[in-house]
Design a binder for this molecule. Structure first.
Ligand SMILES: [Zn+2]
Length: 80
């Protein structure tokens, strides 16, 4: 699916806002868990996710980790 112009603008804004600061894998995982925990289905994405999605763009390992975490949540896993 092709992103719309508005979505692109939104993405560029996120990139611009986070450009000055990148997170590493350790920080990514530290941030992604509470964010996923707090996120309800259909809920608006919190600002922290800018940094997280930025890391997803550049790090395949964390991308896989993130997908696995999302899958777990979609399955309704509640082990916490
Ligand atoms: Zn990473």
């Amino acid at each position: 699916m092709k992103p719309t112009r508005a979505q692109l603008d939104e993405l560029l804004k996120i990139v611009a806002a986070t450009e000055a600061r990148e997170i590493d894998c350790e920080e990514f995982l530290a941030r992604v868990c509470p964010v996923l925990d707090a996120l309800e289905p259909g809920q608006e994405v919190p600002p922290e996710l800018g940094l997280i999605s930025q890391h997803l763009e550049v790090c395949g390992e964390c991308r896989e980790e993130f997908d696995a975490l999302v899958d777990l949540r979609l399955q309704g896993g509640d082990e916490s």
